[in-house]
Ligand binder design. Structure first.
Ligand SMILES: Nc1nc2c(ncn2[C@@H]2O[C@H](COP(=O)(O)OP(=O)(O)OP(=O)(O)O)[C@@H](O)[C@H]2O)c(=O)[nH]1
Ligand SMILES: [Mg+2]
Length: 235
């Protein structure tokens, strides 16, 4: 007879196994051959920049996808890449550019949410606390938030701040994808190694649904991200 504790462990093991299986794609599967994953963007516009939770749009129930990560990691560039626009979200070589939570509406169907970057040394302690509080509030309280893209620079080990964001997402019971940005800057082998490292780090995490190397220059894994967005937001 199985004890309850043993059954629980067995169930947990099974979850981890299923979860890891999800992260591994079949090597011959090329998503670009599947037209159903292509996303047609006919409308994308900036809606509001929120500096307080009271500013978050209230009159909408559209599904939202949020983008979080260190300052300069490529959040705004990723948003532009997803909607195939050059300047929808402001991209800058100067870190700490996005200082509010920016909401963008897409196709009047769903929303992209660009959060302020964390970890930029030159931002004052007070500002840093305020942005952190705002993002925390958004991640924990926002009902229509369906998916979070947590961005990590593919060239570096995840920092303590990256890891604490993953922990925060787990605690908030959010579903999230780890997007490894700037993959055009390293070799495919090094990219695979980084992906494996992140898979190891998140192997006991329940909320992490995928780890996706990405380049906002080549956009070659855009269909993969579209497919995830479509599924998570039921688009
Ligand atoms: N080579 C390369 N450069 C990228 C990529 N994505 C972003 N960048 C560059 O990285 C810099 C920062 O990009 P942003 O998109 O502004 O980064 P962010 O995370 O929005 O930055 P903050 O708003 O300051 O938090 C810019 O110079 C981009 O051109 C990428 O995939 N490949
Ligand atoms: Mg930005």
């Amino acid at each position: 007879m199985l004890t309850v504790e043993f059954k629980r462990l067995q169930w947990q093991q099974q979850r981890v196994f299923q979860h890891n299986a999800l992260k591994t794609q079949h090597p011959t599967f090329n998503i670009q051959h599947y037209p159903q994953f292509v996303m047609h963007i006919h409308d994308a516009q900036f809606l509001i920049g929120a500096t307080k939770p009271e500013h978050f749009p209230k009159e909408t129930t559209l599904p939202e996808v949020a983008f979080i990560g260190r300052s300069n990691v490529g959040k705004s560039s990723l948003i532009n890449s997803i909607v195939r626009r050059k300047n929808l979200a402001h991209v800058s070589g100067t870190p700490g550019k996005t200082q509010q939570i920016n909401f963008f509406g897409v196709n009047h169907q769903w929303m992209l949410v660009d959060c302020p970057g964390f970890g930029y040394a030159k931002v004052s302690q007070t500002d840093r606390k305020a942005w952190r509080g705002l993002t925390h509030n958004y991640l924990n309280e926002r009902e229509q938030l369906r998916l979070v893209c947590q961005l990590v620079d593919i060239r570096h080990d995840p920092s303590n701040l990256d890891l604490s964001m993953i922990e925060e997402l787990e605690l908030a019971a959010r579903r999230y994808v780890i997007v490894l940005t700037k993959k055009d800057k390293i070799s495919p082998t090094a990219a695979e190694e980084r992906k494996a490292q992140l898979a190891e780090v998140t192997q006991l995490c329940f909320g992490c649904i995928d780890i996706l190397p990405y380049s906002a220059i080549t956009n070659d894994t855009r269909e993969n991200l579209w497919a995830i967005l479509k599924r998570e937001c039921a688009l």
